[in-house]
Design a protein around this ligand. Structure first.
Ligand code: OGA
Ligand code: NI
Length: 336
């Protein structure tokens, strides 16, 4: 495998990264003025916080949170370790990610399916499960030195934060507060994305337009811009805020909320000056989990838009054997 970070600094953009005109970012100046809502989790008025989350979840599928209770030092340390990881020589990264014979820690470039891609994405990534911590941490990188200690502490905090956000969302949707406290949220993964400086940012992307295949995603970023949300037919840039998290509704929560919450499409643009590193906390169900519109949200006047399906089947037709027709057949309720 050739990671981007091992070769990209001196060259021009290879043909295999040039996107077709319709997916290119083109003009990189996107409006920031109407950026996504910022929600203060320390506000006293819980009802109001819930309303803000629901509104942002419906309109944008994205919001930022501040005063979220995760220590700023831990956020900074996590980002430092993440940047140090991607700055290591390729052979070190490969060795550090090969500790699990079952391959639970994956290092890759572009997407999971690099050999099948027509066009490659301008990013490297490492992904691994993080819960329960004691079952996974021994397979994580041991270099940089503090990786396990810092990312371990970070995943514990992010797990708590994700439970808190999901509880607020449950209350907002009118579901029991423990709706997700089961197989639906128990398999979170940490993914550390790295987007090196890119020679031709207008011709390629760090990530194509996509929805996360998660319940929710909580993203840690630096002050370097790159993430954009697709709203009302155009792209909106997400303004980095110091020590805020970006939260987005994944497609699974869109299905479970029967479309009440919007699993917003987003993408990542690159830039020619700065490397950008981000740490995503993906809240995933177990493979066997059944994803379906919550019964409490479905009735005669609100028929289920989506069918019930097994998470593993969804991943299969979305990523492993991508097939748009099979995907539609799996998720959409044709009687609705
Ligand atoms: C993702 C994602 C955004 C970013 O990992 O799915 O959308 O800015 N990341 O790295
Ligand atoms: Ni994403």
């Amino acid at each position: 495998m050739t990671l981007l970070s091992s070769w990209c600094y001196d060259g021009s953009l290879p043909e295999s990264y040039v996107m077709p005109p319709e997916t290119r970012p083109g003009d990189l100046i996107v409006p920031m003025e109407k950026s996504i809502p910022v929600i203060d989790l320390q506000r006293k008025d819980r009802k109001e916080t819930i309303q803000q989350i629901m509104k942002a979840g419906q309109e944008f599928g994205f919001f930022q949170i501040i005063n979220h209770g995760v220590s700023e030092d831990l956020m900074d340390e996590t980002m430092n370790v993440a940047e140090e990881f991607h700055a290591m020589p390729v052979l070190d990264k490969e060795r550090e990610c090969a500790k699990d014979p079952n391959g639970s820690c994956k290092l890759y470039t572009s997407s999971y399916v690099y050999p099948r891609e027509d066009v490659h994405l301008w990013r490297d990534a490492v992904i691994h499960p993080c819960r329960p911590l004691d079952q996974h941490i021994q397979f994580w990188p041991e270099k940089p030195n503090r990786y396990r200690e810092v990312v371990g502490a970070y995943s514990v905090e992010l797990w708590k934060l994700s439970c808190r956000i999901l509880e607020l969302i449950c209350e907002g949707l009118g579901l029991s507060l423990n709706y997700f406290s089961n197989d639906l949220s128990q398999v979170p993964q940490i993914i550390i994305n790295h987007y090196p400086p890119c020679p031709e940012p207008s011709l390629t992307l760090g990530l194509l337009k996509h929805r996360d295949l998660t319940i929710i995603t909580i993203l840690l970023q630096t002050q370097i811009k790159g993430l954009q949300v697709f709203k009302d037919g155009r792209w909106i840039g997400i303004e980095p805020l110091p020590h805020a998290f970006v939260v987005n509704i994944g497609s699974l929560l869109m299905f479970i909320s029967n479309g009440k919450l919007n699993g917003a499409e987003h993408r990542v643009v690159t830039n020619s000056r700065d490397a950008r590193t981000t740490v995503s906390f993906f809240v995933y169900p177990s493979d066997e989990s059944i994803i379906e519109p919550a019964k409490a949200l479905v009735n005669a006047s609100n028929p289920a838009i989506y069918k019930a399906f097994k998470f593993a089947d969804f991943i299969n037709v979305s990523i492993i054997n991508p097939d748009d027709e099979a995907l539609k057949e799996l998720i959409y309720n044709s009687t609705a």
